[in-house]
Design a protein around this ligand. Sequence first.
Ligand code: AMP
Length: 412
Amino acid sequence: MEFQQLGLIPPIAQAVAAQGYISPTPIQARAIPHVLAGRDLLGLAQTGTGKTAAFALPILQRLAHIAPGKGHRHIRCLVLTPTRELAAQIGDSFHTYGAHLPLRTTVIFGGVGELSQKQALERGIDILVATPGRLLDLANQGFINLKQLEVFVLDEADRMLDMGFIHDVKRVIAMLPQRRQTLFFSATMPREAQDLADRLLYKPETVAVVPPSTTAERVEQEVFFVEKSDKRALLVDVLRDTAMKRVLVFSRTKHGANRIVEHLDKERIGAAAIHGNKSQSARERALADFKAGKTRVLVATDIAARGIDIDDVTHVINFDVPEVPETYVHRIGRTARAGASGMAMTFVEVDERGDWRAIVKLTKQDIPVVEGHPYESTVPMNVVPAAGTAQKKVQDRGREHRRSNPRRHHHR
Ligand code: AMP
């Protein structure tokens, strides 16, 4: 399928061509016609599939049909998204794809001053991209009127619920007019997300993009068997390869991520951590430095990495093996984006071997084992603790600290 077949108007087609996109991604090919036709949409897709353009392009086209009048502009489209990073990226996309249209987009999120956001709202805008908290703040102060809204997009609904935004989201929904077009995007559909979709959508079209396990096939993969205590040394060792230009390292915990960064610092390898305990400005700085190539290594937890848009990640390193096998596929999908090739390495300690087996089973791939590396595990490969063992040990350790009066079981 080609972009021409989607019937995008010339100013939008031009902006798309300027991005160098050759053909629409599957979600774009399937969602754009429905959105252009004014239908509600349930889009099951994660970041990295091209979902932003899947809604931004047809929305711009629909709004462009009616040029803004001379009077004060009112908000015609609202995109609600869980994080500041996503809001900024979506705002950038609307600016890029709408560069040749007379529509105004503004992004509002918390953690920064309100003044410039208020000024933009007062000047009048067509498209608002927002996180829920700041949107409600400014609405309560009378800066936001959604009565004339035409299109509402709820982005990353599952994550929104994960982050505890359900009440805020419901408050925003209460501000919307009944007659509107609604687009609902979520990577997964837990019960709560389905309930919300049922409330919001009217006779929706559903578009689900191929499960990410097929993306994994483009990523070259390797596995290293290693003792837990040698993982950091192994990381330093593999990073000696200068072809590893932009490396995303996954750690299961925030604390673990910090320790990895400290270790790399000692070895003079530029690294930064990105996770929920970092301030907004620290996260933005880490991301910007990584994007600009100033830091080679970004160490992230799964939650922090979800949704951030980084092109050209050359390598993904699973410092810890994810406990949920699908998470592996999501993680390695962060490299080899938009047609580029990429590489993923996984460090497996003895207690993680069961989890690793589950991943091999899920991906149905024969992932090559790196042999003869300096930190190879000496524990025979037939020793395979059950899946979840590594995670369980961490939990047990926590429990031991709390337990004041250990009970003993006597087996007769
Ligand atoms: P998203 O899933 O919206 O975060 O998009 C993931 C990445 O794919 C972004 O960096 C987009 O710029 C890029 N992208 C979106 N659509 C296309 C396309 N049709 N061809 C190539 N790259 C694209």
